[in-house]
Ligand binder design. Structure first.
Ligand SMILES: Nc1nc2c(c(=O)[nH]1)N=C([C@H](O)[C@H](O)COP(=O)(O)OP(=O)(O)OP(=O)(O)O)CN2
Ligand SMILES: [Zn+2]
Length: 135
């Protein structure tokens, strides 16, 4: 029997959506206010879920304390209060959309999760806009 365990986290970050291969006009047309060259911020809400069999000795799929520490170290320390375009190397040549941020987060966490377990990342960019990535 498989069980999914989840941990919520959050971080604040600034970004600007644009494609450097496009003209200013096209960037404005496609990304609108998200293309503002002065950047803008979001209060990102994150849900990280790990699915697997329960260890009969601990009763855990994964220790939530370990998951909490992992998210703090690998995600919050890397992204919280950062300008994603400027300060986070993964977005040097990658548009920091919610989709791409969710994939970057998943890749940061995946090597540290038991390989038998499934990993899912749900990222809320606004209370009503969210994306899901599970590899
Ligand atoms: N597929 C995507 N579309 C959009 C993304 C994205 O990352 N992926 N990002 C944005 C903007 O960065 C930002 O989310 C603004 O969106 P918007 O809906 O305008 O924001 P609101 O504050 O108006 O959101 P509400 O949920 O309506 O409060 C745009 N598109
Ligand atoms: Zn935005």
């Amino acid at each position: 029997m498989k069980v999914k365990v989840s941990r919520k986290a959050h971080f604040n970050a600034a970004h600007r959506l644009y494609n450097k291969g496009w003209s200013d006009d096209k960037n404005t047309k496609v990304f609108g206010k998200c293309n503002n060259p002065n950047y803008h911020g979001h209060n990102y809400e994150l849900i990280v879920s790990v699915t697997g069999e329960i260890d009969p000795e601990t009763g855990f799929v994964m220790d939530m304390k370990v998951l909490k520490d992992l998210i703090e170290e690998k995600v919050e320390d890397a992204l919280d209060h950062k300008n994603l375009n400027v300060e986070v190397p993964e977005f040097k040549d990658l548009n920091p959309t919610a989709e791409n941020i969710s994939i970057v987060i998943w890749k940061k966490l995946r090597p540290h999760i038991n390989e038998k377990h499934e990993l899912e990342v749900v990222l809320y960019e606004t209370p009503r806009n969210f994306v899901t990535f599970s590899g």
